[in-house]
Design a protein around this ligand. Sequence first.
Ligand code: NAI
Ligand code: MG
Length: 511
Amino acid sequence: MVYRDYVASPGGLSFGFMPTATIDQLSEPARAFVSSGPQRLVIGDERPEAADGRTFETLDPATGEAICEVAQGGGDDAARAVAAARAALDGPLRKVHAAKRSALINALAELIKANGDELAELESLDNGKPLAMARGDIAAAVNHLRYYAGWPTKIEGETIPVSARDVLCYTLREPVGVCAQIVPWNFPLLMAAWKVAPALAAGCATVLKPAEQTPLTAIRLGELALEAGFPPGTLNVLTGDGETGAALVDDPGVQKVAFTGSTVVGREIGEKCGRALKRVTLELGGKSPNIILPDADLDAAVKGSFQGIYFNSGQSCNAGSRLYVHGDHYDDVVGRLAQFAGEAKVGPGLDPDSQFGPVVSEEQFDRVASYIDSGLDEGAEAAAGGAPERNGGGYFIEPTLFTGVTDEMRVAREEIFGPVLVAMPFDDLEEVARRANDTEYGLAAGLWTRDISQAHKLAGMLEAGNVYINTWGGGDPAAPFGGYKASGIGREKGHANLDAYLETKTVWAQL
Ligand code: NAI
Ligand code: MG
């Protein structure tokens, strides 16, 4: 996911950790929410506990301490949520006409905006990201809903000039049915908005399964959808872990699955949906190459490449994690990046001075730390960072930059999903395009140059669903986003994602 221009520019502050008692820093609505006892499911207009009463703790990544308990949904709860979605779809939701659907989505967007401070605090607390970044996520979620709010009244079929005599042939575009939408923890509310907005615009009912690391804003989203006036059952929220997600995918009442997360789980979901012939879209991992050509504006390239990898502490599916710098500028660029990285301020998300937050969990900390170890073991050198240490219970990792990297090293091939960049030199365009494409992934690629023909030539050569020229990670609700190869199937955003929630019915009438 996406680097946008609200990101603070790099440099300036000194590096340091500042663990603090974060819940005390919350404003009243967010504190009231997390103090209101175990968070329950949202199914229809009810707020049940899990059928078997199980709960789990969601943790503050800045301290490793529990924020609150959350219902751990199981198979019975998945079935109940899917039934509620089906009841909405066959009942009240079917009667909601397109203009009303549009108004409801806009109402939800307005409620998110009105509750934006609380949502941003909850997001920062649960995920660890700096509050300013969380505010950016909430604003982007509002924009996303507003974009899709425009669609319901523009979903049109066609009349087809068939050859048969005296036949009226036309198409209808109908909602695909009950959706299972499983989202990750890196942009919790924004990824939920990416999923639910096109489903709601298409007239579907959905069961949203947030990540176990970051369930809080999804629960609020479910509450706000009811407040906005959607028929109960239109948007259900099933909290829980991977087993909960698997039970939801397996439920025979689900017609369409949308998933964002790891390629491993994406393959499993794709396999299941293939067998059951459920519609499926997958937005998966990446190891995106970012190429600095010899004639690039180096100031812009260094700044953009820095944010392209370290934004959101490297926890973006489209992070620019493999940097290829033309040999003429390699030492210069690496030196500047290492300086920015050394000056970066990593700290709790609720501390206004933090430029980058902790990574989301102990599991993620250990995963990233073990990649850093593997890089050092395989002979790479850390020009910045490189020695993650748990500090004050939080999962802080300083921006790490590897040099002396070869294309075969694990740090150059595998998705790390943390603040770790590998920088490698190259000589010519064909060579760098071949090396950039030598990966199972194909989510994003970037290039920096002042030469317009080189720019478009290389953009055409790169096997990636998103190519950034002299920028990293431009994003808009209207612009399709998704991956080539093992980075996914289908596209998020734009009318491409609306299509993923619609079936086409062709009607033949003999006149
Ligand atoms: P994950 O793919 O296990 O989790 C993502 C979501 O899927 C969560 O809601 C989770 O509960 C759910 N889930 C897990 N197993 C499932 C299953 N078998 N069936 C249905 N739903 C399931 O990712 P995880 O473990 O949080 O992170 C592991 C790695 O995945 C990261 O290190 C990163 O490389 C990648 N990742 C990529 C993301 C992206 O934006 N493309 C987002 C999060 C993780
Ligand atoms: Mg959490």
